[in-house]
Design a binder for this molecule. Structure first.
Ligand SMILES: O=C(O)CCC(=O)C(=O)O
Ligand SMILES: [Fe+2]
Length: 292
């Protein structure tokens, strides 16, 4: 199994050789995790005080920032402190966007920026429910926000000030995983997608693709035998490093770590270099029908 691909990049806006973007995009789309040990997100001296779990909202996993509306949510901070968190997260969103556009220039036209998250709490804490427990291996799927086939691409930076790594495990490739779980997943109940949207449970239509991805996410987390026995690789992501993951394709789990920034992007399958490597096309191939 191939996991990380280490890139010696130390700038958020790097100049690459002409052949590198194609190679990096292929690796990323194939399910490898570009790991940038020398790319750190700098926290200014007057921002250090923001590195504290006291700024999280006990009811939410992450502090979130929306680059479109510039609103910060799920934090205990108010006034100038909340503004400072917003500025730090806005800078991260901007850097992450530049990085994606430099490494994967083919994505420039189709990519859409999503939420930024700041995770100041220890990841190995208590979790409210199995489905929400990211310490268990899973591929990402959002219950309330259907992606309708679009890819979920995430950039992570470990900003721990005490040199503590973020520890992850990565699971076996989607091509091996999906066939194990698909037979256990029932087709969506006719009319359910309309009902979920009408009741305001989902923002937009939960397509068949979203249904299968959400079921895959849930079934993986709920299967304790799978969690214990499936092949997996432990990876230690040092403080001051950055990594990039198609989290809808690569099974991942966070085991421990504190202080992380994350930026989510969405990409239409048609904007990929190799659309056939998408979970959408793979699931459609396995099920023999269109899912969006
Ligand atoms: O917080 C982390 O390190 C990863 C959690 C996770 O599963 C995710 O962000 O998709
Ligand atoms: Fe995840």
């Amino acid at each position: 199994m191939l996991f990380l691909i280490t890139l010696g990049i130390s700038s958020w806006n790097p100049n690459l050789d002409s052949t590198q973007p194609k190679e990096y995009t292929h690796a990323l789309e194939s399910g490898r995790v570009p790991f940038l040990p020398h790319l750190s997100f700098e926290i200014a001296e007057d921002e250090r005080y923001l590195l504290s779990p006291k700024w999280s909202d006990p009811k939410a996993k992450n502090i979130s920032y929306d680059p479109q509306t510039e609103l910060v949510k799920h934090t205990s901070a108010t006034g100038a402190d909340k503004e400072a968190i917003g500025r730090m997260m806005a800078r991260y969103a901007d850097y992450a966007h530049k990085l994606v556009e430099s490494l994967f220039p083919a994505y420039r036209r189709g990519i859409r920026i999503g939420r930024t998250s700041y995770r100041p709490a220890e990841a190995d804490g208590r979790s409210s429910s199995v489905r929400k427990d990211d310490r268990l291996l899973h591929v990402d799927a959002f219950a309330a926000s259907p992606v309708q086939g679009e890819r979920i691409l995430r950039i992570f930076s470990n900003i721990n000030p005490d040199g503590k790594p973020r520890e992850w495990t990565l699971g076996e490739p989607f091509d091996l995983l999906a066939p194990q779980f698909l037979p256990k997943i029932q087709r969506p109940i006719p009319g359910s997608s309309w009902l979920l949207k009408t009741l305001g449970i989902t923002k937009g239509k939960r397509t068949e693709y979203d249904h299968y991805m959400l079921q895959l996410h849930d079934q993986e987390k709920l299967d304790s035998n799978f969690q214990q026995t499936c092949p997996k690789r432990f990876v230690s992501l040092p403080a001051g490093s950055t990594w990039i993951v198609y989290t809808d394709l690569v099974p991942h789990a966070v085991k421990s770590g504190q202080f992380c920034l994350e930026q989510t992007f969405y990409l239409p399958v048609e904007s990929m270099q190799e659309p056939d490597l998408s979970p959408l096309r793979k699931l459609e191939g396995l099920l023999g029908r269109k899912l969006v």
